[in-house]
Design a binder for this molecule. Structure first.
Ligand SMILES: [Zn+2]
Length: 285
């Protein structure tokens, strides 16, 4: 993932200019996309990156590229550090402004920001752009996607990515909710998807269908592995992720675990000592 390079600043539509958050890593790929949205002198900034020192100069050139003068307000897809972490530096540079997100108790207060609560159906407007929030938990419980009503496109945050696949972390993630969120997003009939990581996705609906199919395929492989008898997570990873480099096995284990928790909630598998130990043994019911 880290190998993909994107320009620091790019224009993806009449209303959308992207500025890279300058935080490339194994998990963020080329880094977090932050977006200037609208057509007026003051734009919405959607997500803020991790808080890299190199981000503010990039944001300045993005404003120049967008042809605007200032930032109207900040809107966040969710409270993970690579989305919210840059907000304080943006406020320091451009002055006090509203910061809106769906509240996440115990997480938001790490950032010393005054958060304006928004949620499913909330509208944030600027000249030339109307953002409508769609609550899409699963990757994170506070996660919002934003429809850009004038285009029918969607800012998908970490729910659908231009590169790699979405992580369902054991802390705050939930695969059952995530699958629901993908279906809800598909029902919005999005055109393009502007993801939080990786390039723009031109055919949004096809990508969401691909994501849904991929998860069901994975689930089928896990069930097939368990049909031979009880296994722990590393043993399932070894069977399902044949040929994947060892460095990805930890992440694969998280993914397998999220599937097992989903299957458990659906009454299809059962595990021993599940909360205490990620190496619990699992079997089909
Ligand atoms: Zn995230």
């Amino acid at each position: 993932m880290i190998g993909l390079r994107l320009p620091d600043v790019d224009r993806w539509s009449d209303r959308v200019v992207v500025a890279l958050g300058q935080n490339p890593s194994l998990f963020t790929g080329p880094g977090t996309n932050t977006y200037l949205v609208g057509t007026g002198k003051r734009r919405i900034l959607l997500d803020t990156g991790q808080g890299s020192d190199r981000y503010i100069p990039v944001l300045e050139s993005a404003l120049e590229r967008a042809g605007c003068e200032n930032i109207q307000e900040i809107v966040l897809t969710h409270g993970h550090p690579d989305h919210i972490g840059g907000a304080a530096a943006v406020i320091e540079r451009y002055g006090a402004m509203r910061v809106s997100k769906q509240p996440w108790e115990g997480v938001d207060d790490r950032y010393n920001l005054e958060v304006t609560p928004i949620g499913d159906g909330s509208i944030v407007r600027t000249e030339g752009a109307t953002l409508r929030a769609v609550h899409t938990p699963g990757h994170a419980e506070d996660h919002l996607c934003f429809m850009l009503e004038e285009e029918g496109s969607v800012f998908s945050g970490d729910n659908v990515l231009g590169i790699g696949t979405t992580v369902i972390p054991s802390d705050g993630g939930d695969l059952v909710e995530y699958m629901d969120s993908l279906e809800r997003l598909l029902a919005q009939n999005p055109t393009a998807i502007y993801p939080a990581h990786g390039p723009v996705i031109v055919d949004g609906k096809a990508k969401i269908r691909e994501y849904i199919a991929h998860r069901y395929e994975r689930e089928g492989q896990i069930v097939a592995a368990l049909s031979e008898g009880p296994l722990d997570v590393p043993a399932i990873v070894a069977r399902v992720y044949v040929g994947y480099p060892e460095s990805l096995h930890a992440a694969a284990g998280e993914s397998v675990f999220s599937h097992l928790r989903k299957l458990e909630r659906e009454g299809r598998v059962t595990g021993t000592d599940v909360d205490a130990n990620v190496d619990a043994r699992w079997e089909l019911v």
